[in-house]
Design a protein around this ligand. Structure first.
Ligand code: BGC
Length: 756
């Protein structure tokens, strides 16, 4: 009643306005298109890299030749460029915008774009780390903060989030995404889109603190064979639809109005030429009406892939497959007009792509308020704010995963005057903190582990710091110095792992282990017998071996960025209880990758225990991971009761409630992540051994018990049938409410069919 009364009070225009706006926008777009030359149209489909005022190439410039910046401005004035990426600053952006809006023939605003993958100036934990928080709301807040900082510097378009599912730790770009799981992938994709675009559904996109999101890299880029970046991905349509596509769909459902096509190929068809995915699926099936942008010069790469004989043909193939916008190659600018004139590309296709681009610019408010995001004073005020920094610390704390804590070594007691030896190549270096894919960070700004520990412990801390080893090379005398530091300490904190350059784009590794020089350091420290805590810096799942695997305590600290040292100290000394959970399975050995929990049973599942011939396991190790997806400890122990089900038979239209009692059996408060997994025992196609269906965070005081409940409906149990259409099939299901994807007590129920 109340809502109805309220609605009655609102003026009619409150409802009519959006439709009127839409119609007005549409007619403004059509009017522009009708006045554009072919060259201007091709220009609207061209995204180029920003140039700086002091480009190196400018130094070799001949007298009278314009500088790179002048050339870029001239191109904007001529309507040959639609968007520019990875330039910096409100003043710079304003210059470009002035050239576009005030000095070009049609006054179409320029779109300023960046790669703000995990922060803009203030850098947040790498996305994989953030996914370890299992808290999409945190990811949304981080994306929001990123948008606020970036948009104040003129940015209206972010080339993020990366929503590639990554199940092969060798692939370096797993660090940019949310890990191996479909549900986590969907939730984080949607959350990050909402954060960048300021809410769901693109309704606030025109606000000056919102920016367009671009889920990437469409689609299946993370399935690169051998974990080799840019490599061929062999994915069946089923796997594509079941695993790799859902995060994209979730991003579009959240309102994303752009998507980036990847570099890779599937089944002989480079993504840039994949009409089935870029048009049939995106446009016809999903009704996506935003822009499809290429990855960096990926149109040109069609020639190198060997599906186009030259750049001209590459443009024709990519554009007709559905790529609306070309990044950096300038090939659309160069060839599209001629391809239209020769009749090889219909004008209607060009108009369609231009229409989409202009629509996005309208939605971003660029036509009506072109300078709204370009105010240098505001940029300064919103750069590195206290709140953003506090959020960076919170995000870093929540990303840390505790894998092991023998004899409750952690948390350390700050008040106890113990001697701490901080050892390792990542102990005090101010670099390798942010992780890969940052463009606008100020690296001096991040807090090292040493700085964080000193800040927490105060001036009289009995803390020694020793490097011990290089990242990838032995440091002469390093091990001896480290061993003597360890011997003079009560506890050792070993800061080891991967460098920034070991993960990220084009950083595939065959041996996903701690580099040998650091492993040797860890072995030498172990021989001292001192209790040792490993702080594992990494952008991927690593196979931990020897002294690293067997350390008394292990904290996965990823690349935590700006607040690394502070967040680590918060967790080490127990001011914050570790609550992260692995978003990727850690293998026992590198040869196990790709490894993921949602695997299939096979016809010969190995029995637990020793090696048995003719079963699907390795001779040398079991098929289990070293640490399972979803695993992570707190500073207490939690007991999970057997799941209780509201019914044994789930009928059509009904809901099943599964609940379990969780009890904190330890002495400290915990922040537990209870996870609901399901297995469909018999299907017309095979189903994974477990699928994550839901999860919930529960805080438990020492001794406290809480009942946690999840609900399931028939729709939650649907899957793609033999013809790849969603179906649900009656039959038996297993269910777990568990602390990770491995173990837990099973319950079972039956899903009834429509007639039962
Ligand atoms: C990456 C993209 C990125 C682009 C522009 C490419 O190499 O694959 O993710 O958006 O560069 O920086």
């Amino acid at each position: 009643m109340r809502t109805l009364a309220l609605i009655a009070l609102l003026p009619l225009t409150a409802f009519a306005a959006p439709a009127v706006d839409e119609a007005r926008t549409a007619s403004r777009i059509e009017s522009l298109i009708s006045r554009m030359t072919l060259e201007e149209k091709a220009g609207q489909l061209t995204l180029v890299a920003a140039v700086r005022e002091d480009e190196e190439s400018d130094r070799e410039r001949k007298p009278g030749e314009p500088a790179a910046m002048q050339r870029q401005l001239a191109e904007i004035r001529e309507g040959r460029i639609s968007a520019v990426f990875n330039g910096i600053g409100a003043d710079w952006a304003r210059k470009l915008q002035r050239a576009a809006v005030e000095e070009s023939r049609l006054g179409i605003p320029v779109l300023i774009s960046v790669d703000a993958i995990h922060g803009f100036h203030t850098i947040f934990p790498v996305p994989l780390a953030e996914a370890a928080s299992w808290d999409p709301d945190l990811a949304e807040r981080v994306a929001r903060a990123t948008a606020i900082e970036a948009s104040a510097a003129g940015v209206a378009w972010n080339l993020a989030p990366n929503v590639d599912i990554a199940r092969d730790a060798r692939w370096g770009r797993g660090v940019e995404g949310a890990g191996e799981d479909v549900l986590l992938g969907k939730l984080f994709a949607a959350a990050r889109v909402r954060g960048y675009q300021k809410g769901a559904g693109a309704t606030h996109l025109s606000d000056r603190d919102a920016m367009l999101a671009t889920p990437k890299h469409f689609a299946g880029y993370g399935a690169a064979e051998g974990g080799l970046d840019y490599n061929v991905a062999e994915i069946t349509e089923r796997t594509l639809r079941e695993v790799y596509l859902p995060p994209f769909k979730a991003a579009f459902d959240a309102g994303a109005l752009a998507v980036m096509a990847g570099f890779h190929e599937i089944g002989g068809v480079p993504m840039m030429a994949n009409r089935k995915l870029l048009t049939d699926l995106l446009r016809d099936e999903w009704k996506f009406d935003g822009i499809v942008v290429s990855d960096y010069a990926a149109d040109h790469e069609l020639v190198i892939h060997g599906v186009a004989k030259d750049d001209r043909e590459a443009v024709k193939i990519a554009f007709m497959a559905g790529v609306d916008v070309s990044m950096t190659s300038r090939l659309y600018q160069q060839y599209l007009p001629d391809l239209v004139r020769s009749g090889e590309v219909p004008m209607s296709r060009v108009d369609e792509a231009v229409r989409r681009m202009l629509r996005v610019k309208f939605k971003l408010g660029l036509f009506d308020k072109p300078y709204d995001r370009m105010d240098a004073k505001r940029e300064r005020a919103l750069n590195h704010t206290k709140q953003t920094r506090a959020l960076a610390r919170e995000a870093a704390q929540r990303s840390i995963v505790l894998l092991r804590n023998d004899r409750e070594l952690l948390p350390l007691d700050k008040r106890k005057a113990q001697r701490i030896a901080l050892i390792g190549p990542f102990a005090s270096r101010p670099d390798h903190l942010n992780g890969p894919w940052t463009v606008f960070d100020d690296r001096r700004d991040a807090v090292s582990v040493e700085a964080g520990l000193r800040a927490a412990l105060g001036a009289d801390a009995r803390l020694s710091v020793t490097q011990g080893s290089g990242i990838d090379s032995v440091l002469p005398g390093g091990i001896e110095a480290a061993v003597s530091a360890a011997q003079n300490a009560d506890v050792v904190i070993l800061a080891i792992g991967e460098s920034e350059a070991m993960t990220g784009e084009a950083q595939s590794r065959t041996e996903v282990v701690v580099p040998a020089a650091q492993q040797a350091l860890a072995e030498a420290i172990k021989a001292t017998g001192r209790p040792t805590i490993v702080l594992l810096r990494t952008g991927r799942a690593l196979a931990l071996e020897g002294a690293v695997r067997d350390a008394d305590a292990i904290l996965v600290t990823w690349f935590l960025a700006a607040e690394t040292g502070n967040a680590i100290a918060d967790v080490l000394f127990g001011d914050v209880s570790p609550s992260g959970r692995l978003p990727v399975s850690f293998p026992q050995r590198p040869g196990q990758v790709p490894i993921y929990y949602a695997r299939k049973n096979t016809g010969r599942p190995p029995p637990p225990g020793p090696f048995q011939e003719y079963t699907a396991r390795y001779r040398d190790i079991s098929v289990d991971p070293l640490y399972a997806f979803g695993f992570g400890l707190g500073y207490s122990t939690v007991e999970y009761g057997k799941p209780e089900l509201s019914t044994q038979k789930l009928a059509v239209g009904d809901t099943l409630t599964a609940s379990a009692i969780l009890r904190n059996t330890g002495k400290r408060a915990v922040d537990e992540v209870a996870q609901l997994y399901v297995r469909d025992r018999v299907g017309s196609v095979t189903r994974p051994l477990r699928e994550l269906k839901d999860f919930e965070r529960v805080k438990l005081a020492p001794g406290e018990s809480k009942r946690i409940s999840f609900t399931l409906k028939r729709e939650d149990l649907m899957f793609l049938g033999p013809d790849l259409k969603p179906i649900s099939e009656a039959g038996a299901f297993d269910l777990w409410i568990a602390p990770s994807s491995l173990g837990g007590i099973a319950a079972s129920f039956e899903l009834l069919g429509p007639a039962e």
